[in-house]
Write a protein that binds this ligand. Structure first.
Ligand code: AMP
Length: 114
């Protein structure tokens, strides 16, 4: 997979406000937040979209959601609520082609999304 903004954040070539890191994942604040809390969780193993995930990635996909939920509990907004989103390809509104989970919180979020 070619380099993306997010692979450059993983390699620290470009800065980010990193809030979570483990062996498999990185979490950092979105530069253009859509809610008071807007964090992106990404796998260190690059895959462009959710379409590229395979059976062998099941654990990694689970880790992304677990990290988001753990962060929500640690930051104290889990009970109030939050939203996780994965945008896929053009119709899904994806702009960076390195799989990521958006975690949005800190305000009441409307549904359906635009
Ligand atoms: P998506 O549209 O689902 O691909 O989401 C990509 C997200 O990455 C957008 O919400 C952008 O604001 C965010 N983003 C783009 N560049 C950066 C960056 N350098 N650091 C943090 N977030 C970024």
């Amino acid at each position: 997979m070619s380099e993306t903004l997010f692979s450059k954040i993983i390699s620290r070539e470009i800065p980010a406000d990193i809030v979570y890191e483990d062996e498999h994942l990185l979490g950092f604040r979105d530069v253009n937040p859509q809610a008071p809390v807007h964090v992106l969780f990404i796998p260190k193993k690059a895959m462009a979209t959710l379409n590229d995930a395979e059976d062998g990635d099941a654990e990694l996909l689970g880790r992304l959601l677990l990290a988001a939920g753990t962060f929500a509990k640690a930051e104290g907004f889990a009970e109030a609520g939050y939203r996780t989103v994965i945008n896929c390809n053009a119709d899904g509104g994806q702009s960076v082609y390195h799989l990521h989970v958006h975690l949005l919180a800190g305000r009441s979020l409307s549904w359906p999304p635009g």
